[in-house]
Every structure is written in structure tokens, then in C-alpha cells.
Design a protein around this ligand. Structure first.
Ligand code: SF4
Length: 385
């Protein structure tokens, strides 16, 4: 039996009513043809509409839309300002652990990478929290590798230590069951990001070689489980570069609409990470240029006026400066992607990927204000739930 067959046997079945069931009916090539076949008339039609569907989104991310980039950006800026005002919310990631039982080809935390592993204990977490608070942040994103050793029991110990210091607590950790998300919500969880990386199963299995993350459907249906648990905000993302960025983005647009129809009480966010160099990393298969990324950002804002859009320090300072007004609502700043990075100045050899924008949070806040935007440290309060 081949390795590929073994991995397929480990897959969770598609679950009725969840996104995996829809994706089983989608053919990757047919989805690719949708955006490839878009013409100028489709782009103009999408640009003129107030309420866009997935076909319109496909037109806006297609090559046919490239001559209309300035129009798209102008509309994206206007819609973002109308809906979110002149604001930019800032957050900091707190890496709790770089221990991981998965093998992902693009990640510095992959289990076979010979790096020092560290999972923060209570005292180390408290030091990190104090250091992050000291920089002014009120929104924190907890990040871990994916392993059974850093799972529910660990989260139940750490959240009560961290939550009192922040008004918004988000997590980017291994996919959990609905009941587990509910439990974490009881002790302070507000938002969860679960990036699918790619919606193409074949490519996904090529890049997720070992561990629970190779279970494509279990990850794919995590946002449904979050919606069922009533989590306040759910974040989607694909890792741009693993496969055709347009087809992956189109499927993410279908995913967002699927979730919005079912879990209308939740808010949603999207992110567009591009593959960054890391230890033991790979060369991207499909490279998305700066200009194409701008097109994608504007297309998302035109497609959905309410979705929150997040920009990380993976991107360069120069790109982030230009992107501030484009459609984003949230940015990270002065991020450390290694556990102990803020208070204990842990070695960068522990980090998940190289940061591109290394400016201090003060400099990032200054840059945002210089563009006429107000910096928001807190955009949510548990009292609002
Ligand atoms: S991407 Fe996540 S699951 Fe994969 S190796 Fe990195 S930390 Fe582990």
C-alpha cells in the first residue's frame, strides 16, 4: 500500500452539511477554469455591483481585472472606511510553544527540524504577558505548534492566566472539537483562526506529511465546529504559494459564504499569508507578486464589506505601509514568532518563520497615524457578547 493510500485511510469522512461535503463536489480544475475564463465584461459587472457573489470574486482576482487595479483599490478603500471608519486594530502573537508533532514542509516548527523545543510554563507566560501589555497591546493571539502535549489541559491552565490582561483573546492552535471550543470560550476565548493552507487535497497531502494535520477534512470542518460552538470570531486563510493562489482564494470565498449562511452570529476574518523562508522550508510553487496581492486584497473587500482583514509582519514594512488604507482592519506589530521572544529574548533559532517588518510597535503606530488612521488597541469587550 502506498504512503498516499495510508494517509487517505486516516482521513475523516466528509460531514453532511459541513464545508467538506461541499468541497467533495468541487473539481479543482473546474474551479480554476472559472477564474481563467473571466473577461473584461465580467470584471466591469463585478465592479459595478453592491452585492457580489463568488463568480464576481472570480472575475476580480482574474488576469482580466489587472487593468482595473486602481479602480478596485479605490473602491476597497472607500468601502473599508465606510464600514470600519478610519481605524486600524493592532494585536500581538504570543507563541506559547514550538513543540509540534506534525511535518509541514513550509514550517520551521516541523517535527523533523532539529531545533530546540520550548513550551512556556506559567512563570514564562506571565513574563511574556507583562512584556506584551507593556507595549500597549490589548488584543493577543495565542499560537502553538500542534501536539497532544500542548492541548486542552495546557490551554485550560494558561487561559485564566492570560485573559485578565487582555480584552480580546484569539487562538491559532490545532483544530479542536466543538465541545472543546465551547469550554475555552467559557474561560475567555473570543476568536479562533484555522487556516486551511490549501483547499486542494492532493497538494495538502504533499505538504502535510505526518501527524494529525494531515487529516484534511478534520481541519477543513474546524470553522463549522467553531460556528456550532458559537465562537465570536472565526478566521480563515490560505498559505499563498502552496498551489494556484487564485483557485485557493476562490474556494476560500465559497467557504466564507458557507459559514456566513449557517453561523450568522459569528464574525469572520480572512488573512493572506505568503510563504516566508524558514528553517527547512520550501520554495513556493506559485508565486504571488506584490501587485497580485494588492488585487487579491481589494477583491476580498469588494466581495465582502463586513469581513475583517488581517495583515501580519510576514510582509515587508514597505508593503505594509502601502497596504494600510487598502482594506485591512487589523495588523500585528513587533511580532516574535518564538516562545519567550518578548520577555526572555529567546533565540531566533526557535522561530516559526522570519519576520519581515521588524519595526517597533511605536513606529508601526506612528506610520498608521501618519496615514490618517487611528490606532485601536481594543475593538471588543466581553461585556458586548
Ligand atoms: S505549520 Fe503548524 S502544524 Fe505544521 S509544523 Fe508548523 S506549527 Fe506544526
Amino acid at each position: 500500500m502506498t504512503v498516499q493510500k495510508v494517509r487517505l485511510l486516516e482521513q475523516s469522512p466528509a460531514v453532511a452539511g459541513q464545508f467538506s461535503e461541499f468541497l467533495e463536489t468541487c473539481d479543482w480544475s473546474a474551479m480554476t477554469e472559472i477564474h481563467r475564463n473571466k473577461q473584461e465584461a465580467d470584471v466591469l459587472q463585478a465592479l459595478a455591483k453592491d452585492s457580489l457573489n463568488e463568480e464576481d470574486f472570480a472575475a476580480l482576482i482574474s488576469p482580466a481585472a489587472e487593468p482595473y487595479l486602481l479602480d478596485m483599490v479605490a473602491k476597497s478603500e472607500r468601502l473599508t472606511q465606510q464600514r470600519f471608519g478610519n481605524t486600524m486594530s493592532l494585536f500581538a502573537p504570543l507563541y506559547l510553544s514550538n513543540t509540534c508533532a506534525n511535518e509541514c514542509t513550509y514550517c520551521g516548527f516541523s517535527m523533523s527540524n532539529a531545533i530546540k523545543r520550548l513550551t512556556l510554563n506559567e512563570q514564562q507566560v506571565e513574563r511574556e504577558v507583562a512584556a506584551i501589555k507593556g507595549k500597549g497591546f490589548d488584543h493577543i493571539l495565542l499560537v502553538t505548534g500542534e501536539t497532544n502535549k500542548v492541548a486542552m489541559a495546557y490551554f485550560e491552565r494558561m487561559l485564566p492566566l492570560i485573559k485578565p490582561a487582555f480584552s480580546q483573546l484569539s487562538m491559532e492552535v490545532q483544530p479542536l472539537e466543538s465541545s472543546e471550543y465551547k469550554r475555552l470560550q467559557e474561560i475567555g476565548l473570543d476568536a479562533v483562526l484555522v487556516y486551511q493552507e490549501t483547499y486542494r487535497r492532493k497538494t495538502y497531502l504533499e505538504h502535510h506529511l505526518r501527524g494529525n494535520k494531515s487529516n484534511f477534512n478534520f481541519r477543513l470542518d474546524a470553522p463549522d465546529r467553531l460556528g456550532q460552538a458559537g465562537i465570536h470570531k472565526i478566521g480563515l486563510g490560505v498559505l499563498l504559494g502552496l498551489d494556484d493562489w487564485r483557485t485557493d482564494s476562490l474556494l476560500m470565498a465559497f467557504h466564507l459564504r458557507h459559514l456566513q449562511k449557517r453561523y450568522w452570529r459569528s464574525r469572520f476574518s480572512v488573512a493572506f499569508p505568503r510563504i516566508r523562508p524558514c528553517e527547512g522550508g520550501i520554495v513556493p510553487k506559485s508565486v504571488i507578486s506584490d501587485r497580485q496581492l494588492v488585487q487579491l486584497i481589494a477583491a476580498w473587500r469588494l466581495f465582502d464589506r463586513d469581513v475583517e482583514m488581517s495583515l501580519s509582519t510576514r510582509e515587508s514594512a514597505e508593503f505594509r505601509d502601502h497596504a494600510v488604507r487598502m482594506g485591512f482592519t487589523t495588523m500585528s506589530a513587533e511580532s516574535k514568532t518564538q516562545p519567550g521572544g518578548y520577555a526572555d529574548d529567546a533565540e531566533t533559532a526557535l522561530e516559526q518563520f522570519e519576520i519581515s517588518d521588524e519595526r517597533s510597535v511605536d513606529l508601526v503606530a506612528q506610520m498608521i497615524r501618519s496615514q490618517g488612521r487611528e490606532v485601536v488597541w481594543k475593538d471588543w469587550d466581553p461585556a458586548l457578547s
